[in-house]
Design a protein around this ligand. Structure first.
Ligand code: GLN
Length: 543
């Protein structure tokens, strides 16, 4: 297999949707019958985003093999269906860590270690190891051209481009054309400067993906082509669309995949089959009904911190031809009892993953409201833990029930997990273990109780889902809670760790210790989200 490498950079400003653009291009190439692999090179110094605040960096996306990665890997997986893996993401921090580990080991045989060639070689190795893994390897470079941090990455991909040659490498640069209202014009100057910046490090882009909030006149594309030394047809207008799932269709329309194939001189490619995307977009754009789901969280002012969750809810809506409106509510508001009525007009309540004590009393109150008022409730990871604390307090009457995450407590119905098995390996942790990469991470199997709601929803007896947590529901409480009607319908195969809870006599109340949202795709919506949105429709008497 000849692998061709496509490098995607960004200029002018950040947040241009490079990740989405890369994912959409991946989907387009797939639709033409090629295999693709997407990866992300991040210039920040953290070894991985696992320790970063979701406020700053958005969601941490977890892979099956237990890596905590950039949220763009979520887009890649949602658009291509290919499960992301640890080796799809690297950061400056990890590159330096690798190089410094080798240096300490004496691998460099006394050489002076420098950014060029040692750091750049390590980056090139990361790219090179993808050779042979797909027809097209798409590498997105995080950050914006011109940042000091990006320089080693740009130097590395420049060298790599020379190494594999023009026939096997392509550079796509994403820029912005701002609209200046006073002049009534879209401005091309920032794009020209950004391309100049890229050229100054020796990279001449072959394709420009120009983000704009309105159509770009042909003469502006021609002008950009002229100034940037690019065929005007390779100046692709990348216009805003109303749903992200329209991006593959819109970029195809604008000629992106065609230009990519042309740049590689591939002239025997088949026409893409985009019917899957057309169907998804049609369902998103003309729903037959709508429901409102309250998401009770902590990072509600930055919805990027719940990226996969938001998408999975939309996927549940796609399957049900239903528009899903999200009502983000800061959990702490429910510490004031008078605010609980804000949950009266929603058809579903979702408590997502979370860390730390702030807002937890509000989440517990929301779980109680959902249980008592028979409103569909979906507790994800922290949301399951909160539901179990609620049940222990209010059904078992143990009012001091809590999680050791919030400090010592005498009814620790949720506690720190210090050892568990992954495959055949025993993993151990202590109170003082480093925070990075030390949670129960990645895919673990769970056995489902036959006859339970979840077994019917999954239509399976054993499932595999992705985890990211440090605490577990304490199995000592299972017997008492089951007597009160809370079923533990999913357990780790060894029977030690509670994975799923449900109330069989409630219309839909399910808590899961894992993150099902990470595996949902628009063309393959996760069964729990499909079922939750269906329950929300029933709640609204739509079914
Ligand atoms: N804070 C909880 C834990 O570490 C839940 C984590 C989560 O929701 N992802 O167990």
């Amino acid at each position: 297999m000849t692998t061709r490498f496509i490098f995607i950079t960004g200029g002018v400003v950040s947040s241009l949707g490079k990740g989405l653009g890369s994912a959409a291009l991946g989907a387009l190439l797939q639709a033409r019958g090629y295999t693709v692999r997407l990866c992300k090179l991040d210039p920040y110094l953290n070894v991985d985003p696992g320790t970063m605040s979701p406020f700053q960096h958005g969601e941490v996306y977890v892979t099956d093999d237990g890596a905590e990665t950039d949220l763009d890997l979520g887009h890649y997986e949602r658009f291509t269906g290919r499960p992301a893996v640890q080796s799809d993401n690297v950061t400056t921090g990890r590159i330096y860590m690798n190089v410094l580990t080798k240096e300490r080991r004496g691998d460099y045989l006394g050489a002076t270690i420098q950014v060029i060639p040692h750091i750049t070689n390590e980056i090139m190795d990361f790219v090179r190891e993808k050779d042979g893994s797909a027809d097209f390897v798409l590498c997105e470079i995080g950050g914006t051209v011109g940042d000091i941090e990006s320089l080693p990455f740009l130097e590395a991909i420049r060298q790599f481009g020379n190494e594999v040659g023009r026939e096997r490498s392509l550079f796509i640069h994403t820029t912005l054309l701002p609209y200046i209202a006073a002049a009534g014009e879209l401005k091309t100057k920032p794009t020209q400067h950004s391309v100049k910046e890229l050229m100054s490090v020796g990279i001449r882009p072959h394709i420009l993906l120009c983000r704009s909030d309105r159509p770009i006149p042909e003469e502006e594309c021609a002008k950009i082509g002229l100034f940037c030394n690019i065929d005007e047809k390779a100046v692709i207008p990348a216009l805003d669309v109303s749903t992200i799932y329209e991006v593959p269709l819109s970029y195809h329309e604008a000629g992106l995949d065609e230009q990519v194939l042309k740049a590689f001189k591939i002239d025997d490619a088949k026409e893409p089959d985009l019917s899957v995307w057309e169907d998804i977009v049609a369902r998103v754009k003309s729903p037959e009904s709508e429901v409102t789901i309250a998401v009770i969280g902590k990072y509600t002012n930055l919805t990027d911190s719940y990226k996969s969750l938001n998408e999975a809810l939309i996927h549940g809506g796609i399957a049900n031809k239903t528009k899903v409106n999200l009502k983000f509510i800061e959990a702490a508001v429910f510490e004031d009892e008078s605010r609980i009525h804000e949950l009266e007009d929603v058809q579903g309540i979702l408590v997502p993953g979370g860390f730390g004590q702030r807002g937890t009393e509000g989440k517990i109150r929301a779980a109680q409201f959902a249980r008592e008022k028979k409103v569909p409730y979906f507790g994800i990871c922290f949301g399951m833990q909160m539901a179990v604390i609620e049940a222990t307090r209010n059904l078992l009457g143990k009012k001091s029930a809590s999680s050791t995450e919030f400090g010592p407590c005498d009814e620790n119905v949720v506690g720190l997990m210090t050892e568990w098995t992954k495959g055949n390996v025993k993993e151990e942790r202590g109170e003082d273990t480093d925070l990075g990469g030390t949670m129960r991470l990645g895919a673990y199997p769970a056995a489902l109780k036959s006859g339970s709601k979840v077994a019917a929803i999954y239509d399976a007896q054993e499932i595999s889902e992705r985890h990211r947590h440090r605490y577990e529901v304490n199995a000592d409480y299972i017997a008492d809670l089951e007597k009160q009607g809370l079923t533990f319908s999913g357990m780790s195969p060894d029977g030690n760790l509670p994975e799923i809870i449900e109330y069989p006599d409630h219309p839909w109340f399910i808590g899961v210790q894992f993150h099902p949202e990470l595996k949902s795709k628009p063309f393959d919506p996760h069964p729990l989200f499909v079922s939750f949105i269906e329950a929300a429709r029933k709640q609204k008497n739509l079914l």
